[in-house]
Design a protein around this ligand. Structure first.
Ligand code: SF4
Length: 397
């Protein structure tokens, strides 16, 4: 996987004052991928050290009043060409910089105030499309540690990943706050979380879940998410079995890009404060982290694992879809349909967690071929690919 990185994040002394801003998390990612360090300002011909500059609308002006817009644009062009030449899919860029800033930059008054917008280089990359741009803050917030393990919530037939965990401790689901006392595992599920490591990455694995169709509430089915958050997890990976919508997806492994909640319920309804939330009005524009999705896609491509991407629709079940419902879902742009995950993703977003959604489409929705046994059988066929994909993602985090 090829990644472009602001050189100063890797310790190069290219900042305006000749300093660097190395980030341990970005260095880790650099070591695990094919990294291309770039400094658009130096590539544009500006010296190091140099006078600080900030964006003022379309212009870039140094503190002494010198207009350096053309140098910034030249450097951005050269660095974007390099990214294109290497087929880069991810750019990790220094936050707030007039060249590299993503989403927020200094406003040109040298007062420390920030405005919405991109630096000159980030703006160019965004215009050219197809590169996921994140600041180092996103990489750092996704970096696992003992204090912040990665949570894995596994669906039907995918629970075997628990066997990879070097366990430190087990937690019976029934000891988890809010988990219903009368919930019993279905075949293929286990109701015991394992805290430990996979390939030295701290994790908490939940090898089964409960569903709305079993009669549990949206708040109850999201109790594992809140437990993971309380344990310190800031990245949560959901894996679920689904049906592929004919014409929009094939059976096999998929990365979820977005979701449609068709369950008719929402875990944020009611008194949000009792669930540790500041507000129930949660921004869902990036329900599935673009950064984590890009890493997953990169791992799959590097390992030669066939993976599609698409929108997930969550329905309450337990009956399967009618032909009319399948046609409706296809028309809505849905690739995968299932009976879990959507409420959990909403709960995770409300807590500010970074979410990755993976699916195993075991059959085509509406084909009448699905049963618990066929899902287990299909999951077994993809077990090795799924395991390699998850381990590859954990290695990059
Ligand atoms: Fe760092 Fe980008 Fe500024 Fe260069 S242009 S010093 S890489 S933030």
């Amino acid at each position: 996987m090829d990644v472009v990185v602001s050189a100063c994040l890797l310790g190069e002394s290219c900042r305006y004052d000749g300093a660097s801003r190395p980030s341990a998390a970005v260095r880790h990612l650099a070591n695990a991928t094919t990294m291309h360090p770039v400094c658009p300002e130096v590539r544009g011909g500006l010296p190091t050290p140099r006078t600080a500059s900030e964006r003022q609308g379309d212009r870039v002006v140094m503190r002494d009043g010198t207009d350096v817009t053309s140098a910034f644009e030249r450097g951005a062009r050269l660095c974007a060409e390099e990214a294109r030449a290497h087929g880069v899919t991810l750019a990790v860029l220094k936050a707030k910089s007039p060249s590299c800033g993503v989403g927020l930059i200094y406003d040109g008054t040298y007062s420390g105030r920030l405005v919405k917008g991109n630096g000159v280089f980030a703006e160019l990359l965004e215009r050219e499309g197809d590169v996921c741009m994140v600041s180092e803050e996103v990489v750092e917030s996704s970096r696992p540690s003992v204090e912040h393990p990665v949570a894995l919530v596994l669906g039907t037939g995918l629970g075997h990943l628990s066997s990879l965990v070097h366990p430190v401790r087990h937690v019976d689901y029934h000891d988890i706050d809010g988990f219903p006392e009368d919930a019993r595992p279905m075949e293929g599920h286990l109701f015991e979380a394992t805290i430990g490591t996979v390939d030295d990455v701290p994790v908490v694995v939940y090898p089964g879940r409960i569903h709305l169709y079993q009669g549990f509430s949206a708040v109850e089915v999201t109790s594992l998410v809140r437990h993971a958050y309380r344990l310190g997890c800031r990245v949560i990976i959901f894996a679920c079995a689904t049906g592929a919508i004919p014409g929009n997806a094939h059976t096999g492994l998929g990365i979820l890009t977005d979701q449609i909640n068709l369950t008719g319920v929402n875990p944020l309804v009611g008194d949000a404060s009792t669930r540790g939330l500041q507000t129930p009005f949660v921004d869902m524009r990036e329900a599935y982290s673009p950064y984590l999705r890009t890493l997953a896609r990169g791992v799959a491509d590097d390992l030669g694992i066939a993976v599609e991407e698409g929108v997930y629709a969550g329905v309450i079940g337990p009956s399967f879809e009618t032909p009319a419902e399948v046609r409706m879902l296809a028309g809505m742009g849905v690739s995968y349909v299932g009976m879990s995950t959507v409420c959990e993703v909403i709960a995770a977003q409300a807590l500010g967690m970074n979410v990755l959604g993976l699916t195993l489409a075991a059959n085509y929705a509406g084909d009448g071929q699905v049963s618990h046994e066929t899902v287990l059988e299909e999951a077994g066929r993809h077990a090795d690919s799924f395991e390699r994909l998850v381990r590859g993602i954990l290695r990059l985090l």
